[in-house]
Design a protein around this ligand. Structure first.
Ligand code: ZN
Length: 214
């Protein structure tokens, strides 16, 4: 059964819903399905997803200027997923690294997905759009701004205001190497909660859309 499905997938033949999902995981995480023995797939997929995420994270840390701060942090944690459904499994870590399953990415294999924001539809749905620009999250963003205003030094706050959206994204998610250094642990935690809450709202809306399509 497993071997047949794998062969169908490899040969590009029509596959069941379950296999379609596995196919998406292959694209998202670069899973190597040939190493899976029938029956062990759940454990294996989980292991591979983690391994790939850690590997990506290390590469990002080494390559990206804006990720330098991660060198000083622990490895990403995987227990803080924001949904049970595989498609909406999404951690704060993924928000920060821009790797979550949002429409900009999902549209690559979902023919009925236009890549636009699930909440406002005005722009491509990326982490940055949701956190920094989406008009549906104005009140959550105000709360984040308030924390930053209170927590940042005057210089940090001024710097923040001059920033472009992608740097602002790093500040909102409390990972900007220069600007966030004055935030207390409590403030960082609250920012993470707010970002998490925003993603949960997005997931609820996206799930509802999906149910209505069926
Ligand atoms: Zn939006």
């Amino acid at each position: 059964m497993f071997e047949e499905g794998l062969e169908d997938l490899t040969m590009g033949r029509g596959v069941s819903k379950w296999w379609e999902k596995i196919g998406k995981l292959v694209v998202l995480y670069g899973l190597d399905l040939t190493k899976i023995q029938g029956g062990e797939w759940k454990k294996h997929v989980d292991k591979q997803v983690r391994r790939k995420a850690i590997q990506d994270w290390r590469e990002e840390v080494e390559n990206k200027y804006t990720m330098r701060y991660f060198k000083f942090k622990e490895e990403p944690k995987f227990e803080d997923y924001l949904a049970d459904n595989w498609k909406y499994r999404f951690s704060i870590f993924e928000v920060r690294t821009g790797q979550g399953p949002l429409n900009w990415l999902l549209q690559k294999w979902e023919t009925d997905n236009d890549g636009k924001c699930s909440m406002c539809g005005s722009e491509e749905e990326t982490e940055e759009h949701l956190v920094v620009r989406c008009r549906r999250f104005g009140s959550i963003r105000n709360e984040m701004l308030e924390i930053l205003f209170q927590g940042l030094s005057e210089e940090g706050w001024n710097t923040f205001q001059q920033m472009g959206d992608s740097d602002k994204m790093a500040v909102f998610t409390a990972v900007h190497p220069g600007v966030n250094k004055d935030l207390s642990a409590k403030m960082v935690k609250r920012l993470s909660e707010l970002v998490g809450g925003l993603i949960v709202q997005r997931n609820v809306k996206a799930e509802r859309w999906e149910r209505e399509k069926r």
